[in-house]
Design a protein around this ligand. Sequence first.
Ligand code: ADP
Length: 476
Amino acid sequence: MYILHVTAECFPIAKVGGLADVVGALPKYQESAGFTSKVIMPFYEKKFVQTHVPINYTTGNLLLGIDEYYYEILEYSKEILGFELYLVKIFGLTDKENVYGYPYDTERFTAFQKVVADFILTQEVKPEIIHCHDHHTGLIPFFTAHCYKYNDLKTIPTVLTIHNAQYQGWFGFEKMNYLPEFPVEKKGLLDWKGQINPLATAIKCAWRITTVSPNYLGELQEKANGLEELLKQEAEKSLGILNGIDDVVWNPKKDKFLKSNFDRRSILKRNGNKEWLCETFDFDPNLPLVSFIGRFVHEKGSDLLPDVIRYIFDELKLNVNLLILGSGDGNTERDLNDIKPFYKENYNNYIGYNEELAHIVYGGTDFLLMPSRVEPCGLNQLYAMRYGAIPIVSNVGGLKDTVIDFDENTKGSGIVCFDISVHEIGFAIKRAVDVFENTSFYKKKRLEIMSINSGWKKSAAQYIKLYQSLTLNILP
Ligand code: ADP
């Protein structure tokens, strides 16, 4: 079977969040299970393209409304990443550095999707499954099912994976002329509440829908930024498949970013990472270290962090260190910097994106804090557990599927915070301090969570089963 993944992000080429990690890993596991799995994504002016040479390239022209664009598709060999890769470089649109955030993102991703559909049309050996990820690729199931030009692709099953339903790629019907021609009666498939909504379109048109955790699927039917009813309607073709982690990239024994490599048997070496963090951020290494890694957006609960810091140090007077690595919302960044001088000994931050530092934090922090309001799967808690950091998480989405609260009988894999408020998060951090002080329990748990198997094997097999059900046309 040949599966083509279409995506906006893929690690290590371009990463903003978990989408990149998933698309960078899943095809590798599919390849090693004997399938052909390839990735096609937009070109970005990043390190990967400066340090790797394509083995082949094709060129073409694209019409978007009345504007014509020249494009190249660069092909990279399987030897580099473990799967074949295609980068779509549309001059003037996808020859930029950043993944998102341009005022013409609609044009960038719509043009990208048209090139992808054209590319599939001209491929001699066509994919047997087109696997689309998030709204940036959500028009493709519509193109292949309903646009005249792609009539030959009609029979190729399409799968949509929702990594995050908050972002839907909305744009106005005045840009409908960007799309390839289709019968007028199909216009409704593009429409959700008066706008073209690529995520809604994909939910309607894809043959199957998956979400990145089973619990997130149920949550979306209640709360999905306006798409609840649609997801309920399409429940029969939907399935939650938990993300795995790439246990080659995320292996504390071999991770090249760590200051000190370790595994369960050499757990004492883990201290080397904590010591480095404490020296770098000026902390007392004898105190428990709690860290946050992530984008500063409402979904992640990061706006609560400044008040949590005040609360745990001013009110609860906890003996704990708090480290924050992240960037995003300007107010949060400013507040987190402004309070630094008041808690110099116990709180510090790194505002920005730093892959290397993130690995050291997973490998050195005692606890990883995730007070998310929405968490489709969450990879951080899985990385944390594999690296021996106890997760402190809210009870939502994939966090609910992957972290079980410690109970009095000492079962469980972390600390679960059942309400997302400053008070409850502060209380959860207090519980973490108590756990840390109960040294034998803390050490036992740390080893236990490191042995949880969160690799891709099981989830990759679920995707294969799903693809196979499509060729036989059986509902999952
Ligand atoms: P999301 O995709 O919603 O951002 P996930 O938990 O699925 O959340 O994935 C987040 C990924 O991004 C993890 O690999 C995490 O380590 C990484 N990450 C997030 N923020 C940063 C940052 N500031 N520096 C380094 N890595 C980060």
